[in-house]
Write a protein that binds this ligand. Sequence first.
Ligand SMILES: Nc1nc2c(c(=O)[nH]1)N[C@H]1C(S)=C(S)[C@@H](COP(=O)(O)O)O[C@H]1N2
Ligand SMILES: [Mo]
Length: 228
Amino acid sequence: MADDETAPTAPGLPEDSKLTTTKQRWAREGRFLTGRVTRPDSDRLPPGQHLVRDWPVLDLGLQPAISRVQWRLDVTGLVEHPVSWSWQEFLDQKQTKLVTDMHCVTTWSRYDNGWEGMLVRDLLDIVMPKPEASHVMMHSYDGYTTNVALEDFGAEDALLVHSWEGAPLAREHGGPVRVLIPHLYLWKSAKWVRQIEFMAADKRGFWEERGYHNHADPWTEERYSDDE
Ligand SMILES: Nc1nc2c(c(=O)[nH]1)N[C@H]1C(S)=C(S)[C@@H](COP(=O)(O)O)O[C@H]1N2
Ligand SMILES: [Mo]
């Protein structure tokens, strides 16, 4: 068990101490990014992965066509300020460019992907998760779902992306907007995202219910639920 889970709660601290601790750590790490978040080259490819140059497409075989006119993003559940954004409202939010690697559980990794979108941390600043919010479920236009702990969702390089390498994110890769959580296997990065739900308890998403690991850290090869 991690130290922060066993640490006694200081007297007088409210029940939200876990979120408070997380937010304090974010503050220590630095709120502003240099635009590049990677490990040193020598330690860059997670175990069991191989490098690819192309970008494979993986999904349930259904690639919903969502026009930017129809598109909406709803942020729901345990937040102080739920939002329901149109395409323009989403673009009006602060935009950030990042370069990250990505790692798929099917063993390919791809380095140096240039993204543009909204930092999840900027989203969290707007919607303000309530103290009891501990997990997040992403819901997509194709019916896909995937779950993460709030701490993973709020990673410094987690992004809601609309562009890749300077062009609008292609439909087959989840455009108009997909989630990107670079430090987890790519199935945790919901394509065609339409709703982000904040929850008081964990709940497994599509692949997590079908044999895949609940957490999905590529560095410790959290591939299958048998390993939990
Ligand atoms: N909405 C949605 N998101 C999804 C999926 C999906 O089927 N539907 N598949 C996941 C899986 S299993 C992987 S490996 C990645 C693949 O992303 P890519 O097709 O852009 O490489 O998307 C993830 N996000
Ligand atoms: Mo996947």
